[in-house]
Structures are given as C-alpha cells and as structure tokens.
Design a protein around this ligand. Sequence first.
Ligand code: BTN
Length: 342
Amino acid sequence: MKYKVLNKLKANMGLYVSGEALSEQLGVSRTAVWKYINELKSQGYIIESSSKKGYSLSEGPEVISAYEIGHGLETQVVGKDIKYFNELDSTNTYAKLIAAEGCADGTAVIAEAQTAGKGRLGRGWSSAHKKGIWMSIVLRPLIAPEEIQIMTLAASIAVAKAIEQECHVRPGIKWPNDVLLESKKVCGILTEMNCEIERINFLVLGIGINVNHDMEDFPEALREIAGSLKECCGGEVAEPKKEFSRKNIIRCILAELDVIYRRLNTENEEAYADEAKQIVDEWKKYSVTIGRRVKAAMKGQELVGVATDITRDGRLIIACEDGSIREVMSGEVSVRGLLGYS
Ligand code: BTN
C-alpha cells in the first residue's frame, strides 16, 4: 500500500495531492496515509506536507529500494526476488547464507554500503555508501563446476552492456572480468561457488560498480587504478559532472543477465556449447586483453607474452616469450598489461 501512495504522488510529481483524495482512492484511513508518507520520507523521498493542500513529491536524490528496482522489471529469473539493505558486511557473504538456506534462483542482494566488501584473490573491495552498486546474485546453473567461468564472463558482458546503455560509452573488459573505462577499473566481479564434484549447488556473482564516486571517495591507494562512471564519463572537468542512475544500471544488468542465464541454462549439450561460444565471442569483442602483451604473476612464477585467446571455461591463452603456449586460470594469476593497469 505504501507504494500505491508513492505511485499516486509520482503521477502528480511536484503537485499537491490531498490526504483525503489519497485515502478515498486507496480505501485506507487518512492516518494510514500519513503513516505511509512518513515511511516514504524515512526512505529518502522528498515529500512536502501541508495541512491545507496535502502531500507533494519533489525530485530529490535517487531512492533505491527493492520496490524501485523490481517495479516493472520484466525478468523471468534474475532479480525476481530482491533483498535490499542499507548496509551489509558483504553482499556476497549474505547471498551465500541465504543461498544455503534455499533462496530462489536469481535472487539479488543489494546494499548501499559494505563494511567488509570482498575482492578477488583475497583482496578487499572499497564500497562507499550510496556511491556505487554493490550487488550479489544467487544462481543455480545446470552447468558443470569446471564451466563456472562462463557465468563470470556473462556477468561482465551484462555490466558492459548496461554501462553502454546508460552512459553511452563503450567499456573494455580486462581478463577475466574487470570492466574498464579510460583504462580505469570501474567494475569488479567476484564469483563464489558451492558445489559437489559433478554439480553446482549455487553460485554467487558479486558485482561491484563504482558509479558516482568523486576521486576523493576512493582510498588513496586506489586512485591510480580505480575510476567511476561519473569520473570517466560524467562530463568535462570544469563542468559539474553528471551522476548516473544506479537504479537504471541495476535494472539493466538484471535484464541482460536474465536473458544470458536462461539461454545458458540448458541440459542440451549442443545448445549449451553454442550459447557458450556466443558468450565467449561477445566477451572477446569487449576484451582489452586479447592481442596485448601481458605479465601473469602466479605463485613463484611469472609469465610474459601475448594474450592470444580465451577458452570456453575462461582460461587465458598466453603465447609466452620462451615459445611455450600456456593457459592460465583466473583464480591463480593476476594479469597486467605491460603498459598500465589494462
Ligand atoms: C574484484 O576484485 O575485482 C572483485 C570485486 C567484487 C566486489 C563486489 S561488491 C558486491 C559483492 N560483494 C562483495 O563483497 N564483493 C562483491
């Protein structure tokens, strides 16, 4: 009912709607209307109240909630259930917890801030309050555990497409799944899996996107390599930079991922191979790694060569300077281009 009140106010943006009209149209008491209005205000909506004129919603900072994200979202699996929090330690940690308790396939967990955000290779992930998108999606794919990387590739494609649609720029993807703009990392993906030898029980795709950060919002140590959508494509330095709608970007990612996930989630081997090939091909179009000289740091070993391709299970193929051809897995190595971060 609270959101019915909100929708009435949205339909009359900037105008007053009387408490009496709301109570009559929605069939609830005026006290109930007043209670819903207060709840909406505490969620961050800017609502003026006047004893004579009623209530008026005005444009304010974007409010994100499970309702705002899910309302009108036409996905079939991904994002059908959305759990929204002001703060969590890590959306991945929470998602793994509810996945183990049996939450629905496609459940999305979103937090405005993370106090212990996790990055790949045991690193942390800086997750400033309301600046970015900190989201984890629980999936229960039919694929074999060794094929899991295809889901990570799919997630990075979904993010790249969402950025293209919302920011009108074409991002690059640095293997395995960092999304870059102007050679700065704007998104990282951490995939965690719970599986048996032959089947995946669930996986959690953790997506972190720096959206409306100014440079000072990043810890100093990250300022060289990290960027945000606002910093990289929010306009010229002298202008006030444009902020992007986190809600629209989230909705776009959920919609893109829903399509890719349903295509991939087939038990028909041939159909799966075909879909996986299409994903790898699409990923390669965004890749800033293939064709580049790279250095792969593995435990106690360093490979230098040219990245030539990736395999269906997400391994990077490197033609090394010593003449050998090596395949490296993302969990084992950190790859850097020889010129800067990308
Ligand atoms: C990386 O190191 O590039 C991966 C970063 C992944 C960060 C996201 S933010 C949402 C989700 N929750 C986490 O704790 N980590 C992922």
